[in-house]
Write a protein that binds this ligand. Structure first.
Ligand SMILES: [Zn+2]
Length: 105
């Protein structure tokens, strides 16, 4: 499965979504444009809002992020398995205790 060979950050963004951070704004004719960058995988996005009210997002992905042509899409379940395989197990008892102590009702 091609996704098993992806960089760790790329799998995480594919599974959980990008961590978009605003880099700035740009002048694009006929549109308000906000420039964003993913803090995890470095993908870039230009969020455009046109004067007529329509919206468009343009994306640029880092080398190796894209699915190779002809390969099937990775399912959420497959991506989850890859993330779990590569992720260190946390001390569950400690975490549950800490969360119980800080729980908001
Ligand atoms: Zn990302």
């Amino acid at each position: 499965m091609w996704a098993e060979h992806l960089e760790k950050e790329y799998v995480e963004c594919r599974r959980f979504g990008h961590q978009w951070q605003i880099e700035g704004r740009m002048t694009v004719i006929g549109a308000k444009a906000v420039d964003l960058r993913c803090g995890r995988c470095t993908a870039e996005k230009l969020a455009l809002t046109f004067k007529a009210g329509s919206r468009e997002n343009w994306y640029w992905y880092p080398e190796g992020y894209m699915k190779p042509d002809g390969e099937p899409r990775a399912t959420t379940d497959e991506l989850t398995d890859i993330v779990i395989k590569r992720t260190t197990k946390v001390n569950q008892t400690e975490k549950v205790k800490r969360r119980a102590a800080n729980r908001r009702r």
